[in-house]
Design a protein around this ligand. Structure first.
Ligand code: SF4
Length: 464
């Protein structure tokens, strides 16, 4: 997916003016948070589980390449062909070669943010393969030629009317807004694609070191069909997706499902640990893993940013974020959005390209509160802001203002004088006081009669 993060600030008003998108996002995120709240409070030791998951991921990240070697060795023992890709271009090239070696013409694919990150569809379609998205939301977006706007609900920004129009225009069916009719239409079309496909492509929610297998979580059964129906299965896996043992799924699956969709567990949890055995009558003839780095190892060099690799892509931080709720996912300009996107995108694409994203936060900390693996997202947002400033990429006006503020703040006398002047002018202008940008959509609150400093002087003896 091509990045538009550089235009983040410029594009914001367009997203803020999109009332339909904002209504859809607000409704969906509110519902998700309600459902999450209900199922999370059912579990007494939720906090202890978050902590345990945090520690497991911490250990994985601290020894990432050792574990990756172990995972690869186990997978090979199971007859899986394992490839490693340093970047997006290499990952796509490997996938293309696998397809050519196996005489593949058509590919069915389940939802995977990593394949969005590496622009898998564009590459493969450009090389002459048919690639069909099979998750309903992703299928709608493929028809609409739009990128996803959420980790778990890719088409969450679209209304029923918009989806009906896309189906009518792209599939030539009679116009209908009936969700059941639209779903059945997609299902019938996708069934044929599944049966014709030579290759199925999935991501992996968890890569299990102990047995070299992967687990994929979903609600529609399409990922399971991608893994089992076609002759070839390719799992494209981020190198940070590992967990140690099969039994750790008992910890991670409820954390993921409850945080993501407010379900105790999703409808389908599929595990694969190798191609079809001689005594089995179904399953793929050949299974390939493509282990993708694409900038992830760069996180390891930074003590703070390492923690962002713990992410299990549940999307809860999106749902709870007041900024995401108002601007939607497309505003962020790339595949990862919301608080975790604002943290990792500047790392993956560079501060120059995505340095304004960490500033898209009120720093309320709600994202850190809901994160099932306890990533301190609001601290990482602040950390990324600091890096942007240190790299000299902050707007020069802002830099000058902050420098002045530091100078003034160091002198109680000047601070007192400025406070007095400020109160005088604010009283004069009332609620119409103007601060470029800030006061465009806000009014100044009533000003206090006296400053805090005066109050302190007058009352400090009472407090003693
Ligand atoms: S950062 Fe945490 S809350 Fe956000 S998507 Fe990742 S795991 Fe979920």
């Amino acid at each position: 997916m091509q990045s538009k993060t550089k235009e983040f600030k410029k594009e914001l008003p367009r997203h803020l003016d999109n009332d339909i998108m904002r209504r859809n996002i607000a409704k969906a995120t509110w519902l998700s948070m309600q459902k999450r709240e209900k199922v999370v409070t059912e579990i007494d030791d939720w906090e202890a589980r978050r902590e345990e998951a945090h520690l497991i991921k911490k250990d994985i990240v601290a020894n990432l390449f050792d574990y990756l070697d172990q995972f690869e060795a186990r997978a090979k023992q199971q007859g899986i062909v394992v490839h490693r890709a340093a970047d997006a271009a290499e990952a796509n090239k490997i996938a293309e070669q696998i397809a050519r070696d196996h005489d593949v013409k058509s590919i069915v694919k389940s939802k995977s943010m990593l394949t969005e990150e590496i622009d898998f569809n564009k590459h493969m379609i450009g090389k002459g393969f048919e690639v069909i998205e099979t998750d309903l939301g992703e299928y709608i977006l493929q028809l609409a030629d739009e990128p996803p706007s959420h980790l778990t609900g890719p088409a969450v920004h679209m209304s029923r009317v918009e989806i009906a129009k896309v189906f009518h225009e792209q599939l030539g069916i009679d116009y209908s807004e009936d969700p059941e009719h639209l779903t059945i239409t997609a299902r019938n079309l996708l069934r044929d694609k599944f049966l014709e496909a030579d290759m199925g492509v999935t991501g992996a929610n968890f890569a299990i070191i102990e047995n070299g297998g992967v687990a994929v979580v979903e609600n529609e059964g399409n990922a399971r069909m991608c893994m089992t129906l076609p002759r070839i299965h390719v799992a494209i896996i981020g190198i940070e997706r590992m967990i140690p043992r099969v039994e750790d799924l008992g910890l991670f699956l409820p954390l993921l499902c409850r945080s993501a969709t407010g379900q105790k567990l999703t409808s389908f949890i599929s595990m694969i640990d190798g191609p079809r055995k001689p005594n089995e009558y179904d399953g793929p003839e050949s299974v390939h893993y493509i282990l993708v780095d694409n900038g992830r190892s760069g996180f390891l060099e930074d003590e703070h940013m390492k923690e962002a690799l713990h992410c299990i892509r549940c999307g809860a931080c999106y749902n709870t974020c007041p900024v995401y709720q108002n601007i939607g996912g497309h505003a962020y300009g790339w595949v990862y959005q919301g608080p975790i996107g604002a943290v990792i995108t500047p790392q993956l694409l560079g501060l120059e390209a995505a340095g304004s994203l960490p500033f898209a936060s009120s720093l309320c900390g709600s994202c850190s509160e809901v994160c099932p693996v306890k990533i301190p997202l609001h601290h990482l947002l602040l950390y990324q802001r600091n890096r942007v400033v240190k790299a000299g990429l902050a707007p020069s006006m802002e830099k000058t203002a902050m420098n002045q503020f530091v100078r003034v703040g160091k002198s109680p006398k000047t601070m007192g004088r400025l406070g007095k002047a400020g109160r005088f002018f604010q009283r004069l202008l009332g609620k119409k006081a103007y601060v470029p940008g800030w006061s465009k959509s806000r009014e100044f609150p009533e000003i206090a009669e006296n400053s805090f400093r005066k109050w302190w002087r007058d009352n400090k003896n009472d407090e003693d």
